[in-house]
Design a protein around this ligand. Structure first.
Ligand SMILES: Cc1cc2nc3c(=O)[nH]c(=O)nc-3n(C[C@H](O)[C@H](O)[C@H](O)COP(=O)(O)OP(=O)(O)OC[C@H]3O[C@@H](n4cnc5c(N)ncnc54)[C@H](O)[C@@H]3O)c2cc1C
Length: 286
């Protein structure tokens, strides 16, 4: 097994494209190293991207943010402007693992690992985040929800690396939130996760909204009917019931030791309601 630590994306994509065996990008390693230790993967080549400056920074970008693919959860949590603009995205990333894991784990690693229960992904999808995907001779921007295609599978082609995440500019009076249910208080895998992002208009009426569910399908589920249920309302009881029902109806969960299909379906509605209320408060709504 070879370990390489290139200092440019060009060198990294060249190494990846040329490799005949199994090649893996290493960001924080909190998924990859565990999978190697347990014998699930045996890489021929590991490309550590932490030496590439483009993957290490959080920058303002056209009113939004550009977050390098190797930025850790701890670094996100210490970035005041990012936390102010996208508290839901940062709280989702900061739910991953423990203090030790936070020092390494990245949102892009969470996305590319393609677990249906990945915590940061529903929040990123609700935020309409995109990733910049770089190949040997290509560069494209892809909505986050188009990266995972099923458990452990992504749409990335051979030789491609995610360089960064793009969070869009926030209109005034916007807020987001992420909530998950886990059987323990921390260090567990989401049974259900819900990301909500919304913008309020005149009189506190919801102008725009996006709702995304995690751990209740093979990939994150965007629920347009849940957004429609609250857009044009002040999130009164009827609208909130409709939001919860739309989320439950969209679930396609499995039964496992953490939760039954019925439990996951019900909890998706309950969490969506709570996350939407938090997002509304953060947007300045009463
Ligand atoms: C103790 C523990 C607790 C955990 N708790 C949680 C939790 O609560 N919630 C949760 O969602 N996850 C949890 N995880 C899983 C893991 O920490 C997260 O998925 C984390 O975000 C992965 O990020 P990473 O940078 O460490 O990824 P890595 O392990 O470096 O990479 C993960 C995968 O993505 C690929 N990859 C990484 N970066 C790129 C890139 N830039 N371009 C292309 N491919 C790339 C890698 O090749 C690999 O296949 C936990 C893990 C541990 C060990």
């Amino acid at each position: 097994m070879r370990y390489e630590r290139p200092d440019t994306m060009k060198a990294a994509t060249k190494l990846l494209a040329k490799e005949k065996g199994r090649a893996f990008v290493l960001a924080g390693g909190t998924d990859l190293l565990v999978r190697m230790r347990t014998g699930f993967v045996e890489p021929d080549l590991i490309i550590d991207i932490k030496g590439i400056s483009a993957t290490r920074a959080i920058e303002k970008n056209g009113g939004g943010f550009r977050i390098g693919a190797a930025v850790s959860g701890a670094e996100l949590g210490e970035h005041a402007a990012l936390k102010k603009a996208w508290p839901g995205v940062v709280e989702a990333a900061n739910l991953i693992g423990s203090k030790q894991v936070q020092g390494r784990a990245t949102m892009v690693g969470n996305l590319c690992n393609a677990s249906p229960a990945a915590d940061s992904v529903p929040a990123l999808v609700a935020a309409k985040a995109k990733v910049v995907v770089v190949g040997r001779n290509s560069r494209r921007k892809v909505p986050v929800e188009e990266i995972p295609t099923g458990p452990g599978k992504t749409s990335l082609k051979k030789g491609e690396i995610v360089e960064s995440l793009i969070l869009p500019k926030r209109p005034p009076k916007s807020g987001d939130a992420y909530l998950r249910f886990i059987p323990r208080t921390e260090m567990d895998i989401a049974v259900v996760g819900v990301g909500v992002s919304l913008t309020l208009g005149k009189g506190g009426v919801v102008k725009d909204a996006r709702v995304a569910l995690g751990a209740v399908g093979p990939t994150v589920i965007v629920v347009p009917d849940a957004a429609k249920a609250i857009i044009g309302t002040k999130m009164d009881g009827k609208a909130m019931n409709a939001l919860a029902e739309a989320c439950s109806a969209a679930c396609r969960p499995i039964d496992d030791k953490r939760g039954t299909k019925e439990f996951r379906t019900k909890v998706a509605g309950v969490l969506a309601r709570r996350a939407a209320q938090i997002a509304r408060q953060r947007a300045g709504g009463k």
